[in-house]
Design a protein around this ligand. Structure first.
Ligand SMILES: *[C@@H]1O[C@H](CO)[C@@H](O)[C@H](O)[C@H]1NC(C)=O
Ligand SMILES: *[C@@H]1O[C@H](CO)[C@@H](O)[C@H](O)[C@H]1NC(C)=O
Ligand SMILES: *[C@@H]1O[C@H](CO)[C@@H](O)[C@H](O)[C@H]1NC(C)=O
Ligand SMILES: *[C@@H]1O[C@H](CO)[C@@H](O)[C@H](O)[C@H]1NC(C)=O
Ligand SMILES: *[C@@H]1O[C@H](CO)[C@@H](O)[C@H](O)[C@H]1NC(C)=O
Ligand SMILES: *[C@@H]1O[C@H](CO)[C@@H](O)[C@H](O)[C@H]1NC(C)=O
Ligand SMILES: *[C@@H]1O[C@H](CO)[C@@H](O)[C@H](O)[C@H]1NC(C)=O
Ligand SMILES: *[C@@H]1O[C@H](CO)[C@@H](O)[C@H](O)[C@H]1NC(C)=O
Ligand SMILES: *[C@@H]1O[C@H](CO)[C@@H](O)[C@H](O)[C@H]1NC(C)=O
Ligand SMILES: *[C@@H]1O[C@H](CO)[C@@H](O)[C@H](O)[C@H]1NC(C)=O
Ligand SMILES: *[C@@H]1O[C@H](CO)[C@@H](O)[C@H](O)[C@H]1NC(C)=O
Ligand SMILES: *[C@@H]1O[C@H](CO)[C@@H](O)[C@H](O)[C@H]1NC(C)=O
Length: 407
């Protein structure tokens, strides 16, 4: 019964995607059981030296592929999916797994500029190779990674766009899983499958409910001392002008944090693959607050990647006294521009004057302005956190009655 279920998914994928020229590949092990399964569409653009001028070769991953050279993988070798086509071209991806998850590791594109069909007039005829980190996110074993959104990868002379991707490595018992693990980009919103025609019955639709963002703990350091701390979960609500549709994106809590600390100005930059968001804090009259937000986001709309840049440097959110931290546990919707609203969850920030390397006394967004409780500076970390928590709880209780709220 389970086998049948797996097969059904395969059929569905093949039929559902064939309109968009998705390619299906299966790698079988010695026992003839499927060990790697993939469906994907790839557009390649290769910049090469032609007859006197630089040329761009553009082509798609063709339907006729050979999986020759693929490896199922065992205790000593990682699985490798190799998709060979034409005369000496191939796209391969190897996989790794640990603790119940698997992910794509390195994506290698090999191309042969001797192939006059794809590279007419190429001056340097040779086999070239580019290797990039695959953009495949880690997903649980025995689930099929699915990413309908387009992802662009560029390296040296090669640009690849991958979309309508479904991949499962480490397939158990030869049964392709029915459980899909969607990529981050697909989770953002309803992604329309990229097909040239729409068939009402087989169109796969994705309408996942948006989970709240994970809280990231971001730290900037000045030498070895923390100088800016920000614990928060962030979600961006984007409105794109064309059709007024909105798209909600969660910021990865493992985003890389950078920026700079200063006495009266500090910036925190969070970056992941598709998103860069910058927060600018300033000090005015012994108060600090969030003055600017700037975001550069790549989103995929109808199959094309669009850069969305939004900034506002005249905001006033997250205000607290210099020397304190700002805390807010309720969800906040920070209006940045007509296109961008930042939804912030469980915010705790301190961009200035970190005396002990940890958060100072917190001013809670629910507390009265003048409700301030002094704390012995230099208290041990555990004690400090405990006290801050207690103050927070008291603050909450007191305020339940007066209902006064501020950002
Ligand atoms: C494995 O597949 C090949 C070709 O598809 C077939 O000839 C062979 O009989 C199969 N072997 C087993 C054990 O199923
Ligand atoms: C290269 O360009 C020159 C002049 O444009 C032309 O005469 C020659 O035939 C071209 N060679 C090839 C291989 O296309
Ligand atoms: C090739 O592509 C690059 C970048 O995509 C572009 O800047 C360049 O103009 C293209 N060249 C030609 C000859 O189309
Ligand atoms: C697969 O590769 C091997 C050696 O690399 C070769 O001998 C064999 O002919 C290839 N098979 C196909 C179907 O291309
Ligand atoms: C792989 O390792 C597991 C446990 O370490 C062992 O039971 C299994 O026999 C090994 N398989 C191979 C093919 O070596
Ligand atoms: C590259 O392409 C040329 C011409 O099509 C072919 O003769 C050659 O064997 C190819 N190289 C490889 C490594 O496949
Ligand atoms: C995948 O291939 C790359 C380069 O070919 C290699 O550096 C990397 O270690 C491989 N990953 C695994 C998990 O084997
Ligand atoms: C041709 O390409 C190869 C591989 O990228 C490179 O090593 C070689 O230097 C190139 N030759 C010329 C004349 O550009
Ligand atoms: C694979 O087969 C084993 C033994 O029949 C079973 O315990 C296991 O649950 C199966 N795994 C999957 C993913 O179907
Ligand atoms: C982040 O900091 C909070 C306190 O604000 C703590 O409860 C949580 O465990 C930290 N998370 C990580 C992953 O360090
Ligand atoms: C995103 O913005 C739209 C339009 O302002 C609003 O209707 C929607 O509720 C917002 N969604 C979230 C999760 O903030
Ligand atoms: C892929 O290339 C085809 C043909 O060049 C084009 O129509 C399509 O829009 C491209 N898709 C993406 C996602 O770039």
């Amino acid at each position: 019964m389970q086998r049948f279920g797996g097969l059904w998914v395969v059929l569905l994928l093949v039929v559902g995607f064939s309109l968009s020229k998705a390619v299906e590949v299966e790698v079988h092990g010695k026992d003839n059981k499927t060990c790697i399964y993939a469906v994907l569409s790839v557009n390649f653009t290769v910049h090469y030296e032609g007859n006197g001028t630089m040329e761009n070769a553009t082509f798609q991953l063709p339907n006729s592929l050979s999986s020759n050279g693929s490896i199922c993988g065992d205790n000593n070798s990682a699985p490798l999916l190799k998709m060979g086509f034409g005369t000496g071209h191939s796209l391969s991806l190897n996989f790794s797994h640990s603790a119940g998850i698997f992910s794509g590791d390195v994506l290698t594109f090999t191309y042969n500029t001797s192939d006059a069909k794809l590279f007419p007039g190429a001056k340097n005829t040779s086999v070239k190779r580019v290797a990039v980190n695959s953009l495949m996110e880690s997903v649980p074993l025995n689930t099929i990674y699915t990413c309908r959104s387009a992802k662009a990868i560029e390296s040296e002379a090669v640009a690849m766009v991958l979309w309508n991707v479904s991949i499962q490595a480490f397939v158990e018992n030869g049964t392709i899983s029915k459980n899909e693990s969607f990529c981050k980009a697909d989770m953002s919103t309803t992604v329309a499958p990229i097909t040239t025609q729409t068939t009402s019955t087989l169109t796969p639709t994705v309408t996942p409910t948006k989970p709240p963002p994970a809280v990231g703990n971001y730290t900037l350091k000045n030498g070895s001392d923390p100088c800016l701390l920000a614990n928060m979960g962030l979600q961006l609500n984007l409105t794109y002008t064309d059709d007024n549709q909105t798209r909600v994106i969660n910021i990865d809590s493992n985003s890389n944090a950078s920026g700079h600390c200063g006495d009266e100005e500090a910036t925190l930059i969070l970056e992941d693959i598709d998103t860069t968001i910058q927060f600018r804090f300033i000090v005015e009259q012994s108060k600090f607050f969030l003055k600017g937000v700037k975001a550069n986001i790549s989103i995929v709309i109808n199959g094309s990647t669009i850069a969305l840049n939004s900034s506002n440097n005249n905001l006033r959110y997250w205000q607290a006294s210099v020397g304190s931290s700002y805390m807010c546990h309720k969800e906040q919707r920070l209006m940045v521009t007509d296109q961008l609203v930042v939804n912030a969850f469980n915010v705790w920030v301190q961009p200035f004057e970190l005396k002990t390397g940890t958060f100072s006394r917190a001013e809670d967004c629910k507390a009265n302005e003048n409700y301030i409780v002094p704390i012995a500076v230099g208290a041990a970390l555990g004690a400090l956190i405990l006290i801050v928590l207690v103050i927070y709880i008291i603050g909450r209780r007191q305020n339940r009655s007066n209902g006064y709220e501020q950002f």
